[in-house]
Design a protein around this ligand. Structure first.
Ligand SMILES: Nc1ncnc2c1ncn2[C@@H]1O[C@H](COP(=O)(O)OP(=O)(O)OP(=O)(O)O)[C@@H](O)[C@H]1O
Length: 650
């Protein structure tokens, strides 16, 4: 469509000679640039006639910025995002009369001789042929490179500019990309300009119809081909009042018409059913049109308040989370119940606990109890190399990087649409990725790598970590803003030895293990007592391994297992553990008996405060001036002077 190679000085000289005679051949210049040259020459603008671009005084510029406030409000965040991904150009926003309003992007050497600061006036009638001025006349994206700038043939930059329209087709402003004239792929800025125009229209539509119901629809099969999502605005009664240009092309046919057409005639779903869905499960819905699967998101008017009717559970049946927390200390169990409600209301939940305490299991139970329409998807942020997590989480387009899967990849956020995403070991996520994650969670939209379009996401988010995230924040290893975002509700998973009724918990797990292996064997009470007396540093996972080893290693057909059936490795562990004085006694020994260091003293002080508060963590934390979760975690770690003690016996 455009010639993107630089023209030679000879071609430009010939074109200029032709233009002076009132005609420019399209063999020499693109038609729109040739026409621009002719207009300039006709109005007396010639090479070298206007060495300086006209500039506004600062008072005038302030006035101009005020006049274009809405345009800047809608375009600036998008331009900033785009510019932060591009390091080879300057991004410029300008008014409908081509006055530069904003310039973004890192300093570029090629801009040294170019004056394109805010307040510079670039209409064609003053500045000659240039991309911002020309795109307004052409009403479409244009590329003007180097010596095609009629008045400034020596300039060493190229520009791509595109007009941005309001919903009635009037120009609201423009975007310009200025790059080095010898850039190898100037056409890529046309792609950026097209993306920006679509994204701007999207923002404008959302802003213009924020007091109405807005349905955002995306065809499922096409997301990797970068098809934009369509927007439809509806009245209170479900009749269509407006559609974005893409929605108009895709969803609204001549039979359905536009204004006043009911939603049912477009998607075959009643308005009542859609609103009801939005009320119960704010977020994604599945739609179908002429056999194509789509996902949609219905957003209520900005002043709408949903009366959420949470599902009522049948009495008598334990929920999945209740089944897991029945032997938890009561304070922690209360917090765990809060997590179900928080997740149902769309808030993230943070799970903290040592290895094997059941964080993933608990996340799955939360997913079950919140009765999501979509799947449970987990990603372990510590298990993937740094360069891979980003693509895994956010997805990527076809050809986004070397080695990318053909056809692109959805990413875990999109896989979890309508369901729950577990971000496991989140404390190990690289810092720069944490910033991106925060943006995705806040904006509830994800942009796959190599893509530009934001795709709406609608999944519940559970994060888990065995590190104390508050401590990581203190050490500068975890972003505080992300921590606050994720930690609205924090569930501390108790260690196995802290379960209120450990023998019962062991017995329950034993029956689960037996059921998996088709066995009905029972445990001898003495064996059960030994199992419940051990401190299980690997928590449920370690206990599960031990029970599996016990069952699988027993004589076939044996229905009653005693301590003699224990594998020798476990028998030794239990014996050694039994020789150690009780844990609490050792830890709270008198000063004369124990080596002293600051950490020990801190631990003892916390322990004594907790005892003084009758085991109430909140009260103890308040007295000590630390958060409840910090107190909990510090108390449940080894005191500094005795790390080897437990290691020896594990
Ligand atoms: N409450 C429970 N009752 C019985 N088994 C459990 C319980 N919680 C966890 N388990 C079992 O313990 C094992 C470890 O659980 P899970 O992977 O959820 O722990 P985790 O805290 O996520 O561990 P890590 O931090 O090491 O990934 C699993 O096999 C799980 O089935």
């Amino acid at each position: 469509m455009f010639r993107t190679v630089l023209r030679t000085p000879e071609v430009i000289r010939q074109a200029y000679l032709q233009a002076e005679r009132g005609h420019v051949s399209t063999d020499l210049l693109d038609a729109s640039i040739g026409q621009s040259w002719l207009r300039c020459l006709e109005s007396g603008l010639r090479v070298g006639s206007e060495p300086e671009l006209p500039q506004m005084a600062s008072g005038e510029l302030r006035h101009e910025l005020g006049r274009n406030q809405r345009f800047l409000k809608l375009s600036s965040p998008l331009a900033e995002r785009l510019s932060s991904n591009l390091n080879d150009c300057q991004v410029i926003l300008a008014s409908p009369d081509a006055t530069i309003l904003k310039r973004l992007g890192p300093h570029q050497d090629f801009m040294a001789d170019v004056t394109m600061d805010p307040g510079t006036l670039m209409p064609e009638s003053l500045a000659g042929t240039n991309a911002p001025g020309l795109c307004l006349i052409e009403r479409k994206p244009v590329l003007v490179n180097s010596c095609e700038h009629l008045l400034y043939p020596e300039v060493t930059v190229g520009c791509v500019a595109a007009p941005l329209f309001d919903l009635h087709g009037d120009v609201l402003g423009l975007i310009d990309f200025t790059f080095a004239a010898n850039h190898p792929r100037p056409d890529q800025f046309l792609d950026h300009a097209n993306w920006f125009s679509a994204a701007f229209e999207h923002q404008l539509f959302l802003d213009s119809y924020r007091d109405h119901w807005i349905l955002q629809v995306q065809a499922l099969s096409t997301w990797s081909q970068q098809e934009p999502s369509g927007l439809l605005a509806f009245n209170e009664d479900g009749s269509l009042i407006a559609a974005s240009s893409h929605a108009l092309k895709t969803f609204v046919t001549t039979e359905t018409g536009l204004v006043g057409c009911p939603v049912e005639s477009i998607f075959g779903v009643s308005w009542g059913a859609l609103v009801d869905h939005c009320r119960k499960y704010p977020g994604v819905l599945s739609l179908e049109k002429t056999g194509r699967q789509m996902i949609g998101r219905l957003s209520p008017p900005s002043n709408w308040r949903a009366v959420t009717s949470l599902p009522i559970r049948k009495p008598g049946k334990l929920s999945a989370t209740d089944a897991l927390i029945r032997s938890w200390p009561s304070e922690l169990a209360t917090e765990a119940r809060r997590a179900v409600r928080a997740l149902e209301a769309g808030m993230p939940v943070l799970l903290q606990g040592d290895t094997g305490t059941g964080k993933e299991q608990f996340a799955k139970a939360l997913h079950t109890d919140t009765e999501s329409a979509g799947p449970f998807v987990a990603i372990n942020c510590a298990a993937l190399p740094e360069g891979v997590i980003e693509g895994e989480l956010f997805g990527y387009r076809d050809g986004a990087f070397t080695g990318a899967r053909k056809g692109g990849y959805n990413g875990r956020f999109l896989q979890a649409q309508g369901g729950t995403l577990l971000l496991d070991e989140i404390g190990d996520m690289p810092l720069d990725l944490q910033a991106r994650l925060l943006r995705v969670i806040q904006e509830r939209a994800v942009t796959p790598l190599g893509g530009h379009e934001e795709l709406p996401i609608d999944c519940r988010i559970v994060a888990a970590s065995l590190h104390d995230l508050e401590e990581l924040v203190d050490q500068g290893r975890f972003r505080e803003d992300l921590y606050f975002r994720l930690a609205a509700v924090v569930v501390e998973l108790p260690a196995l030895h802290q379960q209120a009724d450990l023998p019962q918990a062991v017995d329950r797990l034993w029956h689960d293990v037996c059921a998996r292996h088709g066995s009905s064997a029972e445990l001898d009470p003495e064996l059960l007592e030994q199992l419940a007396g051990y401190h299980w540093p690997g928590n449920w996972r370690e206990l599960e391994n031990c029970l599996e080893a016990l069952l699988v290693g027993a004589q076939p057909g044996v229905e009653y297992l005693t301590t003699a059936d224990l594998p020798i490795r476990w028998r030794r562990k239990f014996q050694q553990h039994a020789l150690v004085p009780a844990r609490a006694d050792t830890r709270l020994a008198t000063p004369e008996q124990q080596p002293r260091n600051l950490k020990d003293l801190e631990w003892e002080h916390m322990q004594r405060t907790l005892q003084a508060c009758n085991g109430n963590y909140s009260a103890a934390a308040k007295t000590l001036g630390v958060s409840r979760s910090t107190l909990y975690r510090r108390l449940n770690k080894e005191p500094a002077s005795s790390p080897g003690q437990y290691k020896t016996f594990c």
